[in-house]
Design a protein around this ligand. Structure first.
Ligand SMILES: Cc1ncc(COP(=O)(O)O)c(C=O)c1O
Length: 576
């Protein structure tokens, strides 16, 4: 029986009993599953062979597989030696002693402890003192201990929750129309209601614990199309530092209303979703203003990539039980941070594919196209610096009308009634509010991918629900005002045309040269406009160690976080 889940299959600590879902039926796979065993295996040796899984590929799987098909490719420039052992770290962890002391002082004054990546992956490692304080803390409260809630493992409650397994859903076949199992991690249960607070943390923490960013003296600038700057403003408020949120004026009202209370300054740039160039221009002006500020640009900060590779990738791997065949993972991309989780899955399941999805109205990857669209959070008319195109197997586009129709179908009373009449289980219908617009686009992308590869039962597709409909209730009201109440006829059209009718159009499986063509698009944004070097652009492509050196920096960052916490003295004389 296919079930729709929202909760955890993994217990928090070794030996702890698996927890029953709070509101949903227990999935058969929860019983006797060996997730804790898997956890142990991945923690100690990320590349160990898991029971029932393939061995990781020794070579870059993307390069290995497509070379043959493409039949040869242009030689690397003489300046690049693909086998050279370049040991430069990609995330600068150079310590600035004086500013570090100031940052530590600020943390001590504000009673701030910083969680490690290890704790975000496994909350069993979080000190008991922190956990007991969180029992009295709301998920969105501006309380420094909420930094420990930057994890996929939060109890799905708005207040006082502890930690359990990974928050995820499985969509039943009655909803998707495909046999393949479609799983999605749930972002709603992060502080701010979106997992982007983790990406913001990933960008901030290397600078904070090295003293490269002093929260007592500098403003933190968060350029974004919405959720990243909300996450950054939240993290900044917890650290007691001034923040500037930069986002397009056309984003949903919910984002602006919340930011008005949390961010120090809110800068609205011209345009909507895909007007990222305008955001970059504004950041350039801020940089030139002479103010003491640090710009945390998610589109270029490898902390964003690394947080998802390590923390989201691990959470996704936890959801997939041993023996499951992961067909692939798919992500609508904005900064291309989350898609790094797919890269991690590809290492653990080397036969799996990674797909990037975008709006058909702004098909930059699919057609080098441009345009405005309504899938808030994605599709920005450029290729982000941190997107590893070597590991991207497929690009696809979703007509933005489809997720718009879906959020109406999933949330309007007539839509829910229609789904119930079609046999979609009630607990599933109740949980469809976990999908925001990009979440609905991700569900559609997963269906598209399953159809393209003709994946049947026994195959799994993994994706993510970055935020929930809570961020778009004003959009629902706007749609009702513009189009009228959602009727049962509307529901039938939304269900059959836009959901079950999702086909294999607007898909491109990438050969090696096609990946390189997309990679080369970075030149125009990052070398011509944003001051990156051509040598590094080529290193991203030709230096086989480039991306793995980033992935290897987690241990060093965790050691710096632990040192920072020790320097504050907060750990030594408190129970936490
Ligand atoms: C709602 C939403 N969906 C999808 C994305 C895209 O995620 P990423 O930036 O990691 O590619 C974002 C990014 O801000 C977002 O806010």
């Amino acid at each position: 029986m296919l079930l729709f889940l929202s909760v955890p299959i993994a217990a928090a600590g070794a030996g702890a009993a698996p927890r029953a879902p709070a509101t949903n039926p227990v999935a058969p796979r929860q019983k006797g599953c060996s997730i804790n065993a898997l956890r142990g295996a991945t923690e100690k040796a990320p590349h160990a062979t898991w029971p029932g899984l393939f061995k990781p590929a020794a070579v870059d799987p993307a390069q290995g597989s497509s070379r043959g098909r493409a039949g040869g490719r242009a030689a690397a420039p003489d300046s690049m030696n693909r086998d050279a052992k370049d040991t430069r770290p990609m995330i600068d962890l150079t310590v600035d002693g004086e500013r570090l002391k100031s940052a530590v002082r600020r943390a001590r004054e504000r009673d701030i402890l910083i969680p490690t990546f290890a704790q975000m992956k496994d909350p069993a490692l979080i000190p008991e003192g922190v956990k007991s304080r969180l029992l009295h803390t709301g998920l969105w409260d501006l309380d420094a201990r909420n930094l420990f809630r930057i994890t996929w493992h939060n109890d799905p409650v708005p207040r006082g929750g502890g930690f359990g397994g990974v928050n995820f859903v499985e969509f039943p076949r009655s909803l998707t129309g495909v046999e393949a199992r479609i799983f999605a991690l749930v972002g709603k249960w992060f502080p701010t209601g979106a997992h982007k607070v983790g990406a913001a943390f990933g960008c901030l923490v290397p600078r904070l614990v090295t003293g490269q960013f002093d929260p007592a003296a500098e403003k933190a600038v968060w350029p974004s199309t919405g959720n990243f700057c909300r996450g950054g403003a939240f993290d900044s408020a917890l650290l007691g530092c001034a923040s500037v949120a930069v986002l397009p004026e056309g984003m949903s009202r919910e984002r602006f209303e919340w930011l008005a209370n949390v961010a120090g300054e809110v800068v609205a740039t011209p345009g909507t979703e895909s007007n990222v160039k305008e955001i970059f221009d504004r950041c350039g002006e801020l940089r030139r203003s002479g103010e003491d500020l640090v710009i945390f640009n998610q589109f270029e900060e490898f902390g964003n990539h690394l947080w998802h590779y390590d923390v989201t990738g691990r959470a996704m791997a936890d959801v997939l039980r041993a023996g499951e065949t992961l067909g692939g993972s798919v992500f609508t991309t904005g900064s291309a941070g989350t898609i790094a989780a797919g890269e991690r899955l590809k290492e653990l399941f080397p036969a799996s594919k990674v797909a990037a999805s975008e709006a058909l109205q702004c098909p930059t990857l699919l057609q080098n196209g441009f345009g405005a669209h309504r899938i808030e959070g994605i599709g920005d008319k450029h290729v982000p610096w941190i997107h590893n195109l070597r590991a991207t197997d497929m690009v696809m586009a979703i007509d933005d009308e489809a997720p718009i129709q879906l959020i109406r179908l999933f949330n309007e009373p007539e839509g829910k009634r229609y789904l119930a009449r079609r046999g979609v289980p009630e607990p599933c219908i109740e949980q469809l509010e976990l999908l925001g617009i990009s979440g609905a686009a991700n569900l559609l992308s997963a269906i598209k991918m399953a159809r393209w590869y003709e994946w049947g039962a026994g195959y799994a597709v993994m994706t993510v629900l970055t935020d929930s409909v809570d961020m778009y209730r004003s959009r629902l009201r706007e749609l009702a005002a513009a189009r009228g109440e959602f009727s049962s006829e509307d529901a039938a059209v939304a269900c059959h045309r836009y959901l079950l009718g999702q086909g294999t159009e607007h898909v491109e499986e990438l050969t090696w040269p096609q990946r390189k063509r997309l990679h080369n698009l970075k030149y125009f944004t990052w070398i011509e406009q944003q001051g990156k070097t051509q040598a590094e652009l080529e290193a991203q492509w030709y230096d086989n160690g480039y991306w793995s050196r980033i992935h290897g920096q987690v241990g060093e960052i965790d050691a710096l976080i632990e040192q920072f916490n020790r320097m504050t003295g907060l750990l030594s004389h408190r129970s936490d």
